[in-house]
Design a protein around this ligand. Structure first.
Ligand SMILES: [Zn+2]
Ligand SMILES: [Zn+2]
Length: 252
């Protein structure tokens, strides 16, 4: 599997864009950054979007991608996959005909540019060639992380989460883990309140894994604290830990 980082920041500043991870050109994990970095042809290759939760920094690329496809008069349907809660939030609060058109009915209700596909939780399902498992994580809104597997290679993406349990039990053998660390360790109070991790909290989470993956890719940092988080993670001396940067590509 090829992993391309479109955005991996917990905020938006020049050079720091919100979460989106493209797998093999066609499967997108979260959609915080899409059209700002992908060419037209690259955007048209997206078949499926797996959404972890309804927060704006993880979904905001979806309505604009849909608009790009419709304006280009392409007959394409992108499958937007998430829990029923997340899909309901997209329909009620984002593409509701007020904030943005309902692209599940455009250009026609029969052949729309977006289709919402509810996913099961804690039970694997197929998306094209991939086996996907969604597991709940700890965040102020309903949220899941995803394990995506193909040909014996698995990637686990936590999405946004505070300290959590179940997803670590289901992790299994991983080629890579994408896990969030949003705040430095002295901001644990706000991290816990908002369902996020610090370097110290990450250390406790990783101890729940029976075996550390060879790659532990850190995402969702608040850019204002980037240097402090980087130093604190280095001090943990965990093998395989790497801070993600937008544009990074990994062959897993
Ligand atoms: Zn969030
Ligand atoms: Zn977020």
């Amino acid at each position: 599997m090829r992993l391309r980082v479109l955005g991996c920041s917990g905020a938006e500043f020049p050079g720091h864009s919100p979460s989106a991870f493209l797998i093999d050109d066609s499967l997108l994990l979260d959609a915080g950054t899409v059209g700002a970095v992908l060419s037209e042809d690259e955007q048209w290759r997206i078949d499926d979007i797996l959404v972890t939760h309804s927060h704006l920094d993880h979904i905001r690329g979806i309505p604009l991608l849909a608009d790009n496809i419709v304006v280009s008069r392409l007959s394409r349907t992108v499958q937007v996959r998430g829990t029923t809660e997340v899909l309901a939030a997209l329909g009620t609060h984002l593409m509701n005909g007020v904030i943005w058109p309902d692209f599940t009915r455009i250009p026609t209700p029969e052949a729309p540019v977006l289709r919402y596909q509810p996913i099961p939780v804690d039970k694997s399902f197929a998306v094209g060639d991939y086996e996907v498992l969604a597991s709940p994580v700890n965040h102020p809104v309903p949220a899941v992380g995803y394990r995506v597997s193909r040909g014996g290679t698995s990637l686990l993406y936590t999405g946004d989460t505070g300290p959590t349990e179940r997803i670590w039990e289901l992790a299994g053998e991983l080629a890579a883990l994408i896990v969030e660390v949003s705040f430095p360790s002295d901001m644990a109070e706000i991290a816990l309140l908002t369902g996020h991790l610090t370097p110290m909290l990450l250390g406790k989470e990783l101890a729940k894994l029976p075996k550390l993956p060879p790659r532990i890719l850190i995402t969702h940092l608040k850019p204002q604290y980037y240097d402090r988080i980087e130093a604190e993670l280095a001090a943990l001396r965990l093998p395989g830990v790497e801070l993600l940067r937008g544009g990074n590509v990994y062959d897993l």
